[in-house]
Design a protein around this ligand. Structure first.
Ligand code: SF4
Length: 257
């Protein structure tokens, strides 16, 4: 299983922070976005890099990766811009995850998992969080947010493309004011009262993960961060996201806590 660490990402939304790319073998079959079903990492240029890491053409083994994590600078970084937590398919390799958490030494890390929340996986994540390695659980439908939030861990979700700011190519075709006005008419609170906040890097040019960092920490009232479907596979995501689960909307002016 290969791992690759880039010292400074060239991804505009991430900002120039360290990012890791992990073998596709870590991706769970439980993830409904896997393959051509909407996974953003299957788009070029990331796909080309990810394929090379998966075949072993690039990267190191787990031990080599851990050495690099230990030497990371003390700022925020992104784990698994493609790929998932250590462990093949649906399983989390507990020994490797706790090794990664210890090597991280409490650095703020942006990490997500699509692995299913079996009792074993949940226990691994709870242990890692206590050791300072915060992982967001990825919901695949709005209706899954409440269910995942019951674990007490942080949750993010994909959102239908209608939650995104309108663009043509890379340029916005909707003013920020119009977008925020339109957003106020969309559901943004789950039935159990969890607020959904749209990732600001998806609609503001001057926000990056480096400047935001909301995914790297436990959020007030466990606010779930949402990522509107975009890119060439947005229709596949739109088909799978269940809007019916949200009943109310918030009136907050702010978009993130
Ligand atoms: S909410 Fe913030 S940290 Fe999370 S993905 Fe968006 S910009 Fe990055």
């Amino acid at each position: 299983m290969q791992y690759y660490l880039t010292n400074a990402s060239t991804n505009k939304k991430t900002g120039p922070i360290p990012v890791s790319t992990i073998s596709k073998l870590t991706c769970p079959s439980a993830c409904p976005l896997k393959g051509a079903n909407g996974c953003y990492a299957e788009n070029y240029p990331l796909k080309g890099h990810w394929d090379k890491v998966t075949t072993g053409e690039r990267g190191t083994d787990f031990e080599g990766f851990i050495q690099k994590v230990r030497r990371l600078p003390n700022g925020i970084w992104r784990h698994a811009q493609a790929g998932d937590l250590p462990g093949a398919d649906n399983e989390i390799d507990d020994r490797q995850l706790q090794t990664l958490a210890a090597a991280n030494q409490n650095r703020p890390v942006i990490a997500y998992t699509h692995k299913p929340m079996t009792p074993e996986n949940l226990k691994s994540l709870q242990t890692a969080q206590k050791a300072g390695f915060h992982v967001n659980l990825s919901a695949n439908k709005l209706s899954e947010i409440d269910q995942l939030a019951e674990t007490g861990l942080s949750v993010v979700t994909v959102l239908p493309s209608v939650y995104g700011r309108m663009t043509k190519g890379k340029a916005y075709t909707e003013t920020l004011a119009d977008y925020k006005e339109r957003l106020r008419d969309l559901e943004s609170v789950t039935p159990s009262g969890i607020r959904i906040a749209v990732c600001p890097a998806t609609y503001l040019d001057d926000v990056t993960c480096q400047s935001c960092g909301a995914c790297a920490k436990i959020r007030p009232a466990n606010t779930a961060i949402g990522f509107p479907a975009h890119g060439i596979r947005y229709k596949r995501i739109d088909e799978g996201v269940n809007l019916g689960a949200t009943k109310r909307r918030h009136n907050d002016k702010e978009t993130l806590p």
